[in-house]
Design a protein around this ligand. Structure first.
Ligand code: 16G
Length: 241
């Protein structure tokens, strides 16, 4: 038991140490974006550490979003997702552009009378029916965002059409928003959101509200997106006034 205790006491600092060293290497570009890490077994042999230690250090960095694990092809330095603030793209578009496979986990799906906030945002009379979706958005198995969308039922009469992508469900009905208004601010994930994303409570979040419009001015979605603050960069081109 004493030996076990000593071994455990020794193991915790070793994985922390490796985790910090890897993090430092990533943040200073020694390990480049998209670069593959050697397999766990090789890394352990190379550093003279146990595989458990290596796995724990890597697991911590995966949870932090610094590393990505792809089934069958190993562990990579994660790239931040660069999102243009001037292009009307969907979550699925952004992730596919990065060669990742976007998915949705439907947490809640429902139909109800528009709340005053929804009526205002969607430009509907109070009480008009809306479809609501609460989704966990993932790519390569990593949770990246939570999204709450409200869509007029007239726009999407069959809410079960929404599988992974809202914009694809709309496109199936020939509906393509051409313009959107977005508001963005920094917040912290609350306890429930952090749990769903597998992050510590209080982790940084980019909160974005989007209202997307059709050419005729109809609003097709009111979405509140909660993006992982550590995974996204927002980029906008600016012009002198
Ligand atoms: C993006 C939009 C969100 C939209 C979603 C559709 C931002 C900040 N938000 O996450 O408003 O509902 O894409 O994506 O860009 P989907 O078609 O993959 O469901």
């Amino acid at each position: 038991a004493e030996f076990r205790r000593q071994a455990d006491a020794h193991r915790a600092p070793a994985y922390q140490h490796l985790r910090r060293a890897l993090q430092h290497a990533i943040e200073h570009g020694v390990l480049g974006i998209g670069q593959a890490l050697p397999p766990e077994r090789e890394l352990a042999a190379l550093l003279g550490l146990s595989r458990v230690t290596v796995r724990k250090a890597i697991g911590g960095l995966v949870a932090d979003g610094l590393l990505l694990q792809r089934q069958g092809s190993g562990t990579f330095v994660a790239e931040r997702i660069v999102k243009s603030s001037s292009q009307l793209t969907s979550f699925s578009d952004d992730l596919r552009a990065r060669g990742l496979d976007p998915k949705s986990v439907m947490l809640e799906r429902g139909i109800g009378a528009a709340t005053p906030e929804e009526a205002m945002a969607l430009n509907l009379s109070p009480g008009v029916q809306v479809a609501r979706f609460h989704r966990l958005r993932t790519a390569a198995g990593q949770p990246l965002a939570l999204e709450r969308s409200s869509v007029p039922l007239a726009v999407l009469p069959d809410p079960t059409l929404l599988r992974d992508s809202l914009y694809e469900a709309l496109a199936l009905r020939g509906i393509r928003p051409t313009r959107a208004l977005q508001r963005l601010r920094a917040i912290a994930f609350d306890a429930e959101q952090a749990r769903l994303l597998g992050l510590p409570e209080g982790s940084p979040c980019l909160f974005i509200e989007r209202r997307a419009f059709l050419d005729d001015g109809r609003v097709v979605e009111f979405t509140r997106s909660f993006y992982r603050g550590d995974a996204y960069d927002f980029v906008a081109e600016l012009h002198a006034p």
